[in-house]
Design a protein around this ligand. Structure first.
Ligand code: AHR
Length: 509
């Protein structure tokens, strides 16, 4: 058995964990909306046509913020098509995904659905086929209380109160050549700044936050809106997807090494620019698309072609996730927690049916994919401050990232509740690792438990036929003593250790 040691001290913190770190993303793509969250003929559908079984699973997942309506889709979207009488809404070509968009679900319906799952709506504007004018109209429509044509139109459309949307993405991956209306990072930067100036008065009037995006290849810019005192805050947006390639499981399991490097290189660049300009603005990050995504499957199997072939809600990007995918997702969450001081928002892409933790069968069941579990448990248990984690363990060689640690971990401490949570992965393909956690505030009264996701078959998955094949289980090997916790971590596993009744005063300097 391999061994590893993790030293934690509640006084050594990274920063507070922002609840927006546990967000997700719903794009008008494939069966994410139509025949996903929205299926009026389903036995569980509510009056608005949304599936109640899906609402329950999304609420259980506990996602704090939901980005909408794209993604690549937004760069060809007219937001006006999705408001007003549903019967009068036009059907349009969705050029990003070669489909037809019915517009049965638009801004009002989706905002209502987000409220029903107790989350926050993060809205993206089209800077592909449209521009500042349409974006400003949307901001005004959503957030101005009343007294203008657009705000009054919103009221006539059934929403008297402002939507009060605080998180805005200014376009999507605009410098990516795959993006409709793509442009260079420099051109995007100029457009983004001019939009920012335009949005400011509306932001003040409507009390919103702005988030912007600039430099692409799976990167974007977003703006978070003004604080209560109406100061704007800018976030830089990052996107990253990972997949197992050519059977190289060792490299795939180390994907978080790449996420760490990506985050740290963007922080370094932002800080360099801050210093070079003598600015006092700290640019934080919004990692608003991240996940495991088998993109090669989309390119080779799913992709829709043909001049007369424009389906409604086709099956696209419906990846089935295994245990190993869930371990990678759990590890990517560890990377986000490790950078909690600068990553202030993150969205697992996506939420239902499309590269998703939740799958649905039309007319039938909804079920949790393997990746559901690490996100749900991390969102539930990562509270308070992210802690610095000093880890010593063996390393292994990977083709993609060189030598990497076998174990990776992050931890949080909620001083008020007297709780700590430790999130840990064992990337070894063959060996159990015995982990010893040094946590000086553990006393004889401390209570704890551990939950592990692992399986003898690392490619096991939950499917329509066997929707409960994989799930987390209690890890009985956890022992606690004065100052220490020990636990056995199976090969290819993700674990969370919950520690309660930590002595008061832990974490105080
Ligand atoms: O999430 C799927 C796609 O990946 C999104 O539409 C796009 O933003 C990204 O490239």
């Amino acid at each position: 058995m391999a061994v590893a040691r993790l030293a934690l001290d509640p006084r050594r913190t990274v920063g507070p964990v922002n609840r927006r770190l546990f967000g997700s993303f719903v794009e008008h793509l494939g069966r994410a909306v139509t025949n996903g969250i929205y299926e009026p003929s389903h036995p569980s559908a509510n009056e608005q046509g949304f599936r109640k079984d899906v609402i329950d699973l999304v609420a259980e997942l506990g996602v704090s913020v939901i980005r909408y309506p794209g993604g690549n889709f937004v760069s060809g979207y007219k937001w006006e098509d999705g408001v007003g009488q549903v019967a009068e809404r036009p059907r349009r070509l969705d050029l990003a995904w070669h489909s037809i968009e019915t517009n049965e679900v638009g801004l009002h319906e989706f905002a209502g659905w987000v409220a029903s799952v107790d989350s926050e709506l993060m809205l993206a504007v089209n800077l592909g086929t449209r521009g500042i004018d349409a974006a400003l109209s949307l901001v005004e429509y959503c957030n101005l209380r009343g007294g203008t044509a657009l705000a009054d139109e919103r009221a006539r459309n059934g929403r008297v109160d402002s939507f009060g949307i605080r998180m805005w993405c200014l376009g999507n991956e605009m410098d990516g050549p795959w993006q409709i209306g793509h442009q260079s990072a420099d051109d995007y930067g100029r457009l983004d700044c001019s939009g920012d100036e335009g949005v400011r008065p509306v932001a003040r009037a409507g009390g919103l936050r702005l988030v912007g995006c600039a430099d692409a290849h799976l990167r974007g810019v977003g703006t978070g809106g003004p604080e209560p005192h109406l100061r704007r805050r800018r976030l830089h947006l990052l996107h990253a997807y990972y997949e197992e390639q050519n059977g190289d499981l060792g490299s795939f399991l180390a994907s978080a090494v790449d996420m760490d490097q990506f985050i740290e290189s963007v922080i370094a660049t932002a800080d360099h620019m801050k210093a070079a300009r003598g600015s006092d603005k700290i640019i934080n990050l919004s990692f608003d698309e991240w996940n495991v995504w088998y993109q090669s499957r989309f390119e080779n199997v799913d992709k829709i072609n043909g001049v007369d072939n424009w389906p409604i809600a086709p099956r696209l990007l419906e990846d089935s996730y295994s245990v190993v995918d869930a371990v990678v997702v759990g590890n990517l969450l560890i990377s986000l927690l490790r950078h909690a001081d600068r990553v202030r928002c993150a969205c697992l892409a996506q939420l239902v049916n499309v590269i998703a933790p939740i799958m649905t069968q039309p007319g039938g069941i909804a079920w949790r994919q393997t990746i559901f579990f690490p996100l749900a448990l991390t969102a539930q248990l990562a509270r308070g401050e992210s802690l610095q984690a000093q880890l010593s363990c063996d390393e292994y060689d990977t083709a993609a990232y060189g030598s990497v640690p076998v174990v990776d971990a992050a931890a949080t401490h909620d001083g008020q509740a007297g709780r700590a949570s430790i999130f840990v992965v064992n990337r070894s393909l063959t060996e159990t690792t015995e982990l010893t956690v040094e946590l000086p505030c553990l006393t004889g009264d401390t209570a704890g438990s551990a939950t592990t996701l692992s399986d003898a078959d690392v490619y096991a998955a939950n499917t329509l036929i066997n929707p409960k094949r994989v799930g987390p289980h209690t890890n009985e090997s956890l022992t606690l003593s004065d100052g220490y916790a020990t636990i056995a971590l199976p090969p290819v596993s993700w674990t969370v250790i919950e520690i309660n009744q930590i002595s008061p005063g832990a974490g105080e300097a």
